[in-house]
Design a protein around this ligand. Structure first.
Ligand code: 5GP
Length: 215
């Protein structure tokens, strides 16, 4: 148990810069980024097994039935879910795992993994969010409006997250997240080996004839 890695959930508004932050996090840390399954069609440049595992609805529903997902949600008409095995294997190897998922999934992870740390990424302002979404050029104005409506709904979930990261300066946001992940390791649950060894050492000394001897 104490050798387990830290499980981090990153959620945030579409256009808040989660993707860029994740790239920055992976650039200089050995995190494992979980690859989700989705039923949505690949976008241009996306590859099966790299951005997502692109599966049919039938296959996705089978995975749900066979309990192969840690969490899953329906988002904008498609299924998205985190395959269980890869994440559990990495965590038990002591590797830190990142999930970049939306809020309904985040809430499921929180229930299932009480030691997971939940981060929510926000843009510095609504205007900045709009200009980033427009600048990205991947959505029509109508799709942007839908994304804004989605954002308005997601705001209510922020209070259930552990940390809010404002993505105004990318490097600072990345630094903060690395520090948060690092700080989880000094929590008692991640220190069980040290605590147990110390406890055994203390018991041993109490039981031995060592204590109380030295003048
Ligand atoms: P997109 O279609 O833009 O790649 O992703 C849409 C939303 O689905 C994003 O908010 C993304 O974080 C979320 N998402 C991606 N993978 C998963 C997943 O495995 N589970 C859940 N619940 N959401 C996911």
């Amino acid at each position: 148990m104490s050798k387990t890695g830290v499980l981090t959930v990153m959620s945030g508004f579409s256009g808040a810069g989660k993707g860029t932050i994740v790239k920055g996090l992976l650039a200089d840390h050995d995190y494992y980024l979980s690859i989700s399954c989705t039923t949505r069609a690949p976008r241009e440049g996306e590859e099966n097994g790299r951005e997502y595992f692109f599966v049919t609805r039938e296959e996705f529903e089978r995975m749900i039935r066979d309990n192969e997902m840690i969490e899953w949600a329906e988002y904008a008409g498609n299924y998205y879910g985190t395959p269980k095995k890869a994440v559990e294997d990495r965590l038990s190897e002591g590797k830190d795992v990142l999930l970049e998922i939306e809020v309904q999934g985040g809430m499921q992870v929180k229930k299932l993994f009480p030691n997971a740390v939940l981060l929510f990424v926000i843009p510095p302002s609504a205007e900045e969010l709009l200009s980033r979404l427009r600048g990205r050029g991947t959505e029509t104005e109508e799709q942007i409006r839908l994304r804004f409506e989605q954002t308005a709904r997601e705001i209510h979930y922020i209070k259930d997250y552990d940390y809010v990261i404002t993505n105004d300066e990318l490097d600072k946001a990345i630094e903060k997240i690395n520090a948060i992940i690092d700080s989880q390791r000094v929590k008692p649950v991640f220190q069980e080996d040290s605590i147990q060894a110390l406890s055994q050492g203390i018991t041993h000394l109490i039981d031995s004839s060592e204590l109380g001897k030295k003048d």
